[in-house]
Design a protein around this ligand. Structure first.
Ligand code: FES
Length: 284
């Protein structure tokens, strides 16, 4: 096979490789859009990347000049033979140079298709959570109710008693589940700035552990500590649920409470910070 034929053949191979890569990328995007299938996506991605790689190898090995080159530092000017050899070399390269634009376009198509396919996984990020990670269903004036929906009164718990409570009308909301503990029969201050958050000795903390989100379900009355059974984090109920032991590093958020004119417990507002484990843009 003559040199021009070999070159033409190499150009065609590169074009086909880039074209196959582009088709595989578009196929990958289509499969993903239809709901995805891991094995098919893997094969198509391999073909897309393999096509690009094969094309680059053929360009490097069959179309670009191959070395090593040595050049004699002869007396100038060149001999007739050298001039003739140079012209032959130049003519050999003309075909590749002329088709280089075409191959660059094919490369653009293949890379562009792969780029489009790479955009589709953005859909997997799901809906924007918005403010939902920062707010629960507790609002100013929410009535505190037990798991049966019964309102909690000041006299409901004895000192040392504990109850899981929710805001009225939202018994199904896990993010709003709250541990209500009566640690005294007098007003309690768990921290500076929380002077009126615990009337009649009632403190309320989020039940969602700040380590990995398990329900903090145990209360040790003798030491006034809350315990998470998953990894044994414990929190001081008297000091704003400050972590005392275990992997949790943040306090359980405290719900500010008040007692209305009928002796019913109500929330003053939502928790003062997001409940549960930290997340990427929590901020503090
Ligand atoms: S989830 Fe509570 S300690 Fe790990």
């Amino acid at each position: 096979m003559s040199a021009p034929d070999r070159e033409r053949r190499a150009v065609n191979q590169v074009a086909v490789a880039f074209g196959v890569s582009a088709l595989a990328s578009l196929g990958l995007a289509a499969v993903y859009w239809q709901g995805g299938q891991n094995q098919v996506e893997g094969v198509l991605l391999a073909i897309a990347l393999g096509g690009l790689g094969y094309g680059f190898v053929v360009v490097a090995r069959r179309l670009l000049p191959q070395g090593p080159y040595t050049e004699e530092r002869d007396v100038l000017p060149s001999s007739e033979g050298q001039v003739a050899a140079f012209e032959t070399d130049l003519e050999r390269g003309e075909g590749w140079l002329a088709r280089r634009g075409f191959l660059l376009k094919m490369l653009g198509v293949a890379a562009g298709a792969l780029g489009v396919a790479a955009l589709f996984p953005l859909r997997s990020l799901g809906p924007n959570p918005g403010n939902s990670l920062r707010r629960t269903k507790w609002r100013r004036g929410s009535l505190v109710v037990d798991e049966q929906g019964e309102p909690v009164r000041v006299r409901t718990l004895e000192v040392g008693g504990v109850l899981t409570v929710f805001p009225e009308g939202h018994l199904e909301r896990e993010d709003s589940q709250t541990l209500l503990i009566r640690i005294s029969d007098e007003n309690v201050v768990t921290r500076k700035g929380r002077e009126d958050w615990a009337p009649e000795g009632y403190v309320a903390y989020s039940k969602v552990c700040t380590h990995a989100g398990c329900p903090v379900g145990l209360y040790q009355q003798d030491v006034k500590r809350l315990l998470c059974p998953c990894h044994q984090s414990s929190f001081d109920a008297v000091e704003g649920a400050r972590p005392m032991f275990g992997p949790a590093t943040r306090s359980l958020p405290q719900l500010p409470l008040m007692v209305d004119d009928n002796g019913l417990l109500r929330a003053q507002d939502d928790y003062d910070e997001p409940i549960g484990p930290g997340f990427w843009d929590r901020g503090r």
